[in-house]
Write a protein that binds this ligand. Structure first.
Ligand code: OGA
Ligand code: NI
Length: 209
């Protein structure tokens, strides 16, 4: 099956991102792939492959974040197509945002009944690791009364986004504070964080060696 390519970001999308807002694409990677990916994650949950998420360096702070996560490996046979699409997005973002996004990592997350993630940034200013966040939602027929909205704190105030099947949300990791409101039904998503080049190691300065 041919993979669909995501339409390039328009100039106004680029302006929105730069201003600390969201770009939201529905029908992003294909509903069929989104449904199949959800099935894969349901299987992982059954097999105990999802763990309590860590916050920061190694901490497991349920108060901040109570979802279950797993890193997706590029060679995972069940999710190869998803990886190819996130790689295509990396190339598109590099081109359209004129950012050097050389690497990315993909995390699968499941919010069970009542799980939430308090307000946070995905990267800290000046720490040039994570530059762009892209979240792809995997929840057919999500109902507003189930909660689980992504709440993004934009310059003009908060906006809530429902985690609908095959919806992709993109924002600059250092700029948009966001949170996940408590979900009343299992809520699945895959998040890709795009990063710049690995910083060069600090070598001793030969003049002072
Ligand atoms: C995250 C995150 C938001 C979402 O994983 O850092 O903020 O809507 N996820 O799943
Ligand atoms: Ni986040």
């Amino acid at each position: 099956m041919a993979l669909r390519a995501l339409a390039p970001l328009s100039e106004s999308d680029v302006d929105e991102l730069a201003a600390g807002r969201l770009v939201i694409r529905d029908n992003a990677f294909g509903e069929d792939l989104a449904r199949r990916s959800r099935e894969v994650l349901l299987g992982w949950r059954e097999q105990g492959r999802l763990d309590a998420a860590g916050v920061g360096r190694g901490g497991k702070i349920a108060r901040i974040r109570s979802d279950l996560t797993a890193w997706v490996q590029p060679d995972d046979p069940e999710l190869t197509e998803v990886f190819v699409l996130f790689e295509g997005l990396r190339q598109g973002l590099t081109r359209d945002l004129r950012l050097s996004l050389q690497r990315f990592a993909v995390q699968a997350a499941c919010y069970e009944q009542g799980a939430a993630y308090g307000p946070h940034f995905d990267a800290f200013r000046g720490d040039h690791s994570r530059r762009v966040t892209a979240i792809w939602y995997l929840n057919p027929n999500w109902r507003p009364e189930w909660g689980g909205q992504l709440r993004a704190h934009l310059p003009e105030g908060p906006v809530d986004v429902l985690p609908r099947l095959d919806r992709l949300v993109i924002f600059l990791s250092e700029q948009v504070k966001h949170e996940v409101l408590p979900a009343l039904a299992p809520r699945f998503a895959m998040t890709s964080w795009y990063r710049g080049a690995e910083p060069l190691p600090l070598l001793p300065d030969p003049r002072f060696g």
